[in-house]
Design a protein around this ligand. Structure first.
Ligand code: NDP
Length: 447
């Protein structure tokens, strides 16, 4: 088996040299899915996984815009249309200086499995730009978004490819992107998700990824007859996903003690309650400030510069910032401090070494493609509402989100339970995600 996996990975490496994040994501899937393929004749010998690691289309384009000083700026835009076997491409846009083809290919590849897990008919894609929104004025953000969409619009559409937000792309950016799309196409369609509530957005979509990450963890805890009540939670990030993961954790009776950004993390021993979280939401979403400014309002907290929060004692860890933010050594510290559950809100935040540690210790560990799928699932619900020209209530959407997270959890149990009863959520998510897409690809022939 090892030989088959390594031959496959060698081929992928040869074709995608210099794309470490993409290779990391493929390796994690190959190690769990290839043994399954080998045991199932319908998939064996048909190069299904080899077809899945090759994007159906990779679009790269120039984005020129003028900054507030009248200088012409040039960025690179991308859209990776990875797989549309079960539905139109769907996945976020990331604006961050680190964005490159490797990062977007890893995200698009993960998205294919994640979208399949949601039970909704959505293929996988991802896009973005190396544009850095930090420190830019609203007008600069608008000019960039308009320039970006003036090329992207010809590659997307409500039945072709439906982008959403990701790091650096929130409701403000979705608004500017949607405005330009609507003007160029002269049509009002559900081409983007994460829209504002008065122009086609779905209730609960802003909360969905964070809430879903916590719902998934709740499902995991239930397998141990446990809950969030009274637990200490360490969260990284302070953006969209982190904020709502914190909100739901607080609602469920847990104590959230950390949040972070790329400059460091805050630790509040007394717990970040609703009032403090409202302060953080205003600080990050309106003022666009730094997490260290929390101490100006709450001086009893501490700020640790340039570090991640994994060395703080907790029962549950929710990594909600970015890829590879939690390494093997961090995992060892978390475990030695008694952490018993990790639910990934971000995409691929744990390194391979960290996952190995979690599995060795047999704690509850959920990979992002399962635990953070609530965001895209609710985007799927936004698409449905747009098609129906109808709007569900907050309660209706939240109920559907909870059900979907429960279904994803059940799929992980179905495909990932080891002989000793341990639920390997990585294996479960990868195989369950693979089966649906592979079946559709086989049914549609070699295209
Ligand atoms: P936001 O842009 O709202 O927030 C990102 C947060 O992560 C910020 O606090 C940011 O800090 C921090 N961060 C970003 N890069 C780094 C870094 N290199 N090191 C340390 N901290 C960093 O993004 P989201 O909350 O939307 O996304 C967070 C994660 O969740 C990403 O992995 C994303 O792919 C994933 N995700 C998001 C979904 C969504 O619906 N939004 C859906 C599914 C997954 P700073 O402000 O300093 O940059």
């Amino acid at each position: 088996m090892k030989k088959i996996i390594s031959e496959f990975l060698d081929l992928v490496k040869e074709r995608n040299a210099h794309e470490p994040e993409f290779l990391q994501a493929v390796e994690e899937v190959a190690e769990t899915v290839i043994p399954y393929i080998v045991k199932h004749d319908i998939y064996y010998g048909k190069n299904v996984l080899l077809r899945m690691v090759e994007p159906e289309r990779l679009i790269s384009f120039r984005v020129c815009w003028v900054d507030d000083n009248g200088e012409i700026q040039v960025n690179r835009g991308y859209r990776i249309q990875m797989n549309s076997a079960i539905g139109p491409y769907k996945g976020g846009l990331r604006f961050h200086p680190t964005v490159n083809a490797s990062i977007l290919k890893f995200l698009a590849f993960e998205q294919v499995f994640k979208n399949s897990l949601t039970t909704l008919p959505m293929g996988g894609g991802k896009g973005g730009s190396d544009f850095n929104p930090k420190g830019k004025s609203d007008n600069e953000i608008m000019r960039f978004c308009h320039a970006f969409m003036s090329e992207l619009f010809r590659h997307i559409g409500p039945n072709t490819d439906i982008p959403a937000g990701d790091i650096g792309v929130g409701q403000r950016e979705i608004g500017f992107l949607f405005g330009m799309y609507r003007k160029l196409r002269n049509e009002f369609t559900g081409v983007l998700t994460g829209k504002g509530m008065t122009w086609g957005g779905s209730l609960i979509r802003p909360e969905a990824t964070g809430y879903g990450t916590v719902y998934f963890a709740e499902n995991m805890l239930k397998t141990k007859n446990d809950s969030f009540e009274g637990k200490t939670i360490v969260i990284s990030g302070s953006g969209n996903v982190a904020q709502y993961a914190a909100e739901k954790s607080i609602q469920l009776g847990a104590k959230v003690v950390t949040l972070s950004d790329s400059s460091g993390y805050i630790y509040d021993e007394e717990g970040i309650d609703n009032e403090k979280l409202t302060f953080i939401m205003h600080l990050k979403n309106e003022k666009r400030g730094r997490i260290s400014e929390y101490l100006e309002a709450y001086p009893n907290a501490k700020f640790t510069k340039g570090k991640t929060p994994w060395h703080e004692k907790c029962d549950i860890a929710l990594p909600c910032a970015t890829q590879n933010e939690l390494n093997g050594d961090d995992a060892k510290v978390l475990l030695s401090n008694g952490c018993m559950c990790v639910s990934e809100g971000a995409n691929m935040p744990s390194t391979k070494e960290a996952i190995t540690e979690f599995h060795k210790a047999k704690i509850l560990f959920a990979p992002g493609k399962a635990s953070n799928a609530g965001g895209v699932a609710t985007s799927g619900l936004e698409m449905t509402q747009n098609s129906l020209r109808y709007k569900w209530t907050r309660e209706e959407v939240d109920k559907k989100l909870k059900e979907i997270m429960g279904d994803i959890h059940q799929s992980c149990i179905d495909y990932g339970t080891d002989e000793d009863g341990y639920i390997d959520y990585v294996k479960g998510a990868n195989i369950a995600g693979f089966v649906k897409v592979a079946d559709a690809m086989l049914a549609q022939g070699v295209v």
